[in-house]
Design a protein around this ligand. Sequence first.
Ligand code: AG3
Length: 291
Amino acid sequence: MSAEAKTSLFQFTEFWDGRSGISFGVEGLLMSEESEFQRVEVVKTDVFGNLMLLDGLVMLTERDEFVYHEMIAHPALGLHPNPKRVLVIGGGDGGTVREVVKHGSVEHVDLVEIDGLVVEASKRHFPTVASAFDHPKLGLKIEDGLAFVKNAAPGSYDVILVDSTDPVGFAEGLFGRAFYEDCVRALGPDGILVSQTESPFDERFQSQIQAAHRTLGTLFPHVALYLASIPTYPMGTWSFVMASKTRRPAEDFDEAEAERRLAPFADGLKYYRAPLHRAAFTLPAFVNRLF
Ligand code: AG3
C-alpha cells in the first residue's frame, strides 16, 4: 500500500491553544445534530474508532474511553467504606455508570444528564459504552444536574461523580461553590465527590483547577488531585479532583480491601487496579506546585 493510500482524506483537529491540537483521521461522519444545548457529532476515525464531539470538543473515543471512565469511578468506589447509592452528573454516554454498576455494594445509581441527544448518540454509535442503560440498578434522568443536586434529599448519596464537559457555558456551574455546597448536603457522612478537572498542562484551565481545589478545601476535610493519561484529550494528561468527608483519598485507601471488591470484575479493567490508586495521587512536580 502506498503512503497516500494510508492517509485519510479528512482530518478533524480539536485546537487546544493557537493552532496546536490533536488531529484525527476521519473516515466518515456518522451523526451531526443540534440539541437545545449543543452540537452533538459522531465521526468514525481511522485509529481511535468512533469519536463523539460536543460543540467540537472531544468527549470520548472507543479506543481510549476506558481510561476516563474507570478513573472517574473506581477510585472513589474503592475508597468509600460501603458505597451503596451513587449519583453521576453528566456522563450521558453511559461510560461512567457502566463502571459504577460493576461494584457489588452499589444498590442504585442515578444518572442525571441534561441533554437527551447525548444518550441517543451513545446508544446509536457507542454500544460498548452505552451498555448499562438497561441495568436494573440505573435511574436515568434527563434534567439539569445543578437543580437535581439542589433538590436532592440530605445525605442521599454515598458518592457523587461529576462527568461534565469543559467549564464553559452551561457546564460552568458544575465547577462552582453553590453546586459543591449542594453536593456536600446531598452526600452521606462518609461522602465522596469526584469531578473531572481538565488537563493541568493546559494553561487555560490551571486557574480553574486551582479554584475548584480551593473551594472544595473549604467544604470537605480532605481534597486531592489525581491524574490519568488520556491520549485523545487536550494535552493528554488529565486530572480529577476527589473531595472526601472522612477518608483521606490516598493515605486511607485500603489496598487489600479494594482488591477484594475489584476481584469479581478485575479481569475486565484495563487501567485502574488497586496498586495504581495511590500512584495516581502522586503528582509530578509541576502539578504539585499548583497547590
Ligand atoms: N467528559 C470530559 C471531557 C472533557 C474533554 N475536554 C475537551 N476535549 N476539551 C467526557 C465525557 C465522557 N463520559
